[in-house]
Design a protein around this ligand. Structure first.
Ligand code: SF4
Length: 353
């Protein structure tokens, strides 16, 4: 029978669990060190942990619940992993190399119910949430890959932007963040972690209350309700005004800069008038926001959308700049592999059919 991943436990949860079974508190410290510093792949390698404790761990948990199914390596250092979960589902994880270090983009759900019309993953409905352990394990597997290169590189940044809506799996997301931020473990700084949401307004508020130092990105993609509802089904339930109220709450509470993600779709939302409308919409948040313009990466599944011309991208960018909006155009990673969100997974699923 399959067992949950040990990586799903926060340090406090592991400590409480071991104490409950009659073990001393310091065992948690030892186990944690083996998992995150020495990064063993088998409980049996935890040589200073006593036999009873090892047996208990083995009875209840697994260290490896993800199995590497496909790995694609790009010339620019991007590596895309497709992992098979214990129940046979496939998920994607992407490693990206930047000047400032290595970042990993993790998946939080199997499929997604948000239904963004440009997204390859949105075509595959959510079948379940990932456990916190399955999310942490994506980072650990990528770290093991880096360890294998023998260059002492570490995952320094995380973006929670893979398949799924992280705020629709809120409790597991929070446990995941607690584990990866833990100073005794991976110690990835809150400011090096970005969570991206399609705009679940209630959860934006809740997130501001619990994780005020983690970066937040909002997938906006349109400057008005009509267009946004066309691009993102979710906007019919949570219109822009409601989202902006929640963002105001977030900004007030955290005083942290927020990022607006804006995917540029040719002749849909990339005109100068859209840029002006966007500048107007976020004018009062100018000092605490940044707009990330993302040229669309065409996928077979969504033939109705094309990439904006370079001229349209430039005009959009210049228009925002002239209005005093902080913005940039996102550099692409892994264009020679299936880099768009969900592309590799949907191709593999099609192949298996
Ligand atoms: S873009 Fe993100 S939130 Fe939207 S359907 Fe795709 S995975 Fe879901």
């Amino acid at each position: 029978m399959s067992k949950p991943s040990i990586y799903g436990l926060t340090f406090e949860q592991l400590t409480d669990w071991l104490i409950e079974y009659g073990h001393k508190k310091f065992r948690a410290q030892q186990v944690w060190g083996w998992l995150y510093q020495k990064r063993v792949k088998d409980f049996a390698e935890m040589t200073n942990v006593n036999k009873d404790c090892l047996q208990l761990l083995e009875e209840h948990y697994d260290i490896q619940t993800l199995e590497e199914h496909v790995k694609q390596e790009s010339k620019d250092g991007t590596v895309k992993f497709l992992f098979r979960l214990q129940d046979g589902n496939l998920i994607e994880t992407v490693l990206m190399k930047h000047k400032y270090g290595y970042s990993v983009c993790v998946t939080t759900q199997v499929g997604c119910n948000i239904g963004c019309s440009f997204c390859a993953s949105g075509l595959l409905k959510k079948s379940r949430d990932l456990s916190s352990g399955e999310i942490v394990e994506q980072i650990m597997n990528v770290q093991h890959y880096l360890d294998g290169l023998g260059q002492e590189q570490r995952v320094s940044h995380i973006v929670v932007m893979g398949i799924g809506e992280p705020f629709d799996n809120f409790e597991n997301l929070i446990d995941f963040l607690d584990v990866v931020k833990d100073q005794k473990g991976l110690a990835i700084g809150a400011r090096h972690i970005t969570v991206s949401t399609s705009g679940l307004a209630d959860k934006v508020r809740k997130f501001a209350d619990v994780h005020s130092q983690v970066n937040l990105a909002i997938s906006l993609h349109a400057p008005n309700n009509e267009l946004r509802s066309q691009i993102m089904k979710l906007n019919r339930a949570i219109p822009i005004e409601k989202l902006m109220d929640a963002i105001d709450y977030y900004l007030e509470k955290t005083n942290r800069r927020i990022t607006f993600e804006y995917i540029l779709l040719k002749d849909v939302n990339d005109k100068k008038e859209h840029a002006l409308e966007l500048a107007e919409l976020i004018a009062d948040k100018r000092k605490l926001s940044y707009v990330n313009l993302i040229p669309y990466n065409p996928v077979d599944e969504h033939g109705q959308y094309q990439r904006s011309t370079d001229e349209a991208i430039r005009t959009f960018f210049d228009t925002l700049k002239k209005k005093g909006i902080n913005c940039g155009v996102r550099l692409e990673h892994g264009t020679d592999i299936d880099a768009a969100c969900g592309q590799l997974r949907s191709k593999q699923i099609k192949k298996a059919k």
